[in-house]
Design a protein around this ligand. Structure first.
Ligand SMILES: [Zn+2]
Length: 272
């Protein structure tokens, strides 16, 4: 029972920048996970340009001034503000699963207590990593180029509210990603949202794969799935996380199209 309670807690408090928020504050759960698989999602990526009309609760998807993703350019980077420092040391137990669009992982933690999770500090604010998920293709473009995939590391405040997301673009390269090497293969498929595997992960390897975020963009953003809630600080790594060819194909094989249409830059204050 204790173990189940811990897992359930991790599940409901996890996920996607996108999902966790909903679990606590919204009736719908976008980035749904295994535990909530009985609920139905009323949106699809194929119509992400018009999410605002699907449900009155999704109004921000159309009216928001800080919607994500956006098109980034080398000219507006790298940032020097909101400089992040990471404490991703150690390895953490959690559950590997598929959020319905690609591979995902949520960190196990004591119910309501995130302070033992890996953390990120910026502007004298510390937020806690709850897990990650992968979008294919990438949601952000850089100089009009869209990478094959994008990793989102989702952080919450001490109360569990989504607060910051670190995005890392992923491209096939010449050697394996040490971060991805931790994942069991074949990866849980996008239509196997009822499956999960216990996994112990060193999350810091994602940072090492991009030189510890030595260069980045940062801006005021939102969740990238309905209800598109705002007030989320975004960090986007300038460097790509390179994967082996077979690693990328394994990610793509487990995924389906999961990228929201690009949003106009408005009040995002990129690198401000
Ligand atoms: Zn995401």
């Amino acid at each position: 029972m204790i173990r189940s309670a811990l897992i359930l807690s991790a599940l409901t408090s996890s996920v996607l920048a996108c999902a966790k928020h909903d679990n606590h504050h919204y009736p719908e759960t976008p980035h749904k996970k295994r535990a909530e698989a009985g609920e139905s999602r009323d949106w699809e990526y194929a119509t992400s340009y018009d999410w605002g009309s699907l449900n009155l609760d999704y109004e921000l998807c159309h009216t928001g001034a800080h919607q994500v993703p956006i098109a980034l350019t080398p000219e507006n980077g790298p940032a020097t503000s909101h400089k992040p420092s990471f404490n991703y040391a150690g390895s953490h137990d959690g559950n590997f699963y598929n959020w319905g669009f690609g591979p995902a992982f949520t960190i196990s933690h004591e119910e309501g207590n995130y302070t033992g999770n890996p953390s990120l500090t910026y502007d004298n604010t510390t937020v806690y990593l709850t897990g990650w998920h992968i979008h294919t293709p990438a949601e952000h473009t850089v100089a009009a180029h869209r990478a094959k995939a994008e990793l989102h590391l989702v952080h919450v405040d001490a109360e569990g509210n989504p607060a910051a997301v670190l995005g890392i673009r992923m491209e096939p390269g010449t050697s394996n990603s040490t971060f991805l090497e931790q994942l069991p293969t074949p990866m849980i498929h996008w239509n196997e949202t009822d499956s999960e595997e216990h996994l112990n992960m060193n999350l810091g390897l994602a940072l090492e794969d991009v030189e510890n975020l030595d260069e980045y963009w940062t801006y005021d953003g939102s969740l990238t799935t309905p209800p598109c809630s705002e007030g989320i600080r975004w960090f986007m790594a300038r460097r790509n996380l390179f994967t082996g060819l077979e690693q990328m194909r394994a990610v793509l094989r487990a995924s389906r199209f999961g990228a929201r249409t690009t949003q106009q830059i408005w009040m995002h204050n990129v690198n401000g």
